[in-house]
Design a protein around this ligand. Sequence first.
Ligand SMILES: Cc1ncc(COP(=O)(O)O)c(C=O)c1O
Length: 437
Amino acid sequence: MSKRSLEKSNKHFKKALKKLPLGVTSNFRYWGDDETIYIKRASGCRLWDLDDNEYIDYRLAYGPYILGYADERVDQAAREGMDIGGVFALATELEYEVAQKISSMVPSAELVRYSNSGTEAVMAALRVARAYSKRDEYIMIEGGYHGVSDSVLWDVDIDDWDPQSGPPEKISSSHGVPDKIGDMVTLVPLNDANKLEDVLKKKHGDIGALLIEPILGNCCSISATQEYMQAVRSLCDQYDVVLIIDEVKTGFRVAKGGVQELFGIEADLCTFAKSIANGYPISAICGKEELMRSIKYGGVLHGGTFTAHSVAISAANKTLEILQNTDALETVNQYGIDLREGISNILTKNDVPHCFTGHPSMSGLFLSESAPTNARDFKSSNYPFYEKLAEELLEDGVLCEFDPREPWFICESHAKNALEPTLNAFESALERAMKGD
Ligand SMILES: Cc1ncc(COP(=O)(O)O)c(C=O)c1O
């Protein structure tokens, strides 16, 4: 039971439940009948709920706020986008300008198309890959997340897996997804190039694409090694498989050129959303010209009524301008490093084994001595304790996801005034979590 007053949120929950399943618009926003909160406003790295509880936010809406909530520079650009008028079933000049910016930051993004969400961008990328390769099956990485389309709602069942009983089972993450779609998906563990090669050898001729987040942004930010990513690139070349790097979380966050810059490899196709417009709804499907030219009349169909809405594309233009020309990403990275150091000192002082995974701008905090190398290793983490700690942090006004698989997202605004209050809260929350209060 929360020590915060949640009176207004609780009251609103009862009302919302009458119209909205679970009282919310995403299953992940439901925290329980008495715990679900509703947001009144947000600014910088802080949120306020209906009861005026204040939170320093490390969920950041699962990543899109790279600068911070209500960033005046981006919001002003969005207002200018409003003056353009919306969507027209016709294109605007800004689409080209934003594409130029993306290409100059991400070399593999030779051509660009826009959608509204990460889900749509991944759907389009898979379609382009299939059309180009003329093969329907694809490989995904265990623990990867690529949105809510039927094609990608597949993962291994780690929760119910007994490591003594062989590899974990492939399951769909939702009811209502046809089993037949799952037949086209092969899941492989991250960082095991031999396993990947086995699959490619066996299924060569069927598999047209490999879809990967090199930093598993939905599985504790577990990271591929440089060596593995190089092997992935060369195996895809060897077996004529389209390499799709899903940068929906890492793009315009871990580096100006995203995870591809970090690893020094180029995708055939890549997808962006989230940080591209600091919270405005727009995504991009990008890639090598040869593949992207499959999008044409008589070829791959791509479109959508709301694609490149004048508000979102203006926000993207401004966000990318800021990310390209200022040291915002260095600020984000440095804050992430400082936060890791502060948290690590507190955990060490209290003899809590831990390590960090991923990039400082989206760290996974893993409560175990050694860093996981794939989603199966998640089993070895003390995640019930993490959940307890996250609940206690919330009471002290620090919001991180209860599920340790979600990283701690940093935005530029955190660097202004969030470190000390976060670490103070961490210290007292840890003390209570350890006592089991
Ligand atoms: C790597 C990745 N791909 C795709 C998606 C789906 O994006 P959206 O929620 O905008 O549909 C997400 C969402 O978290 C993601 O993390």
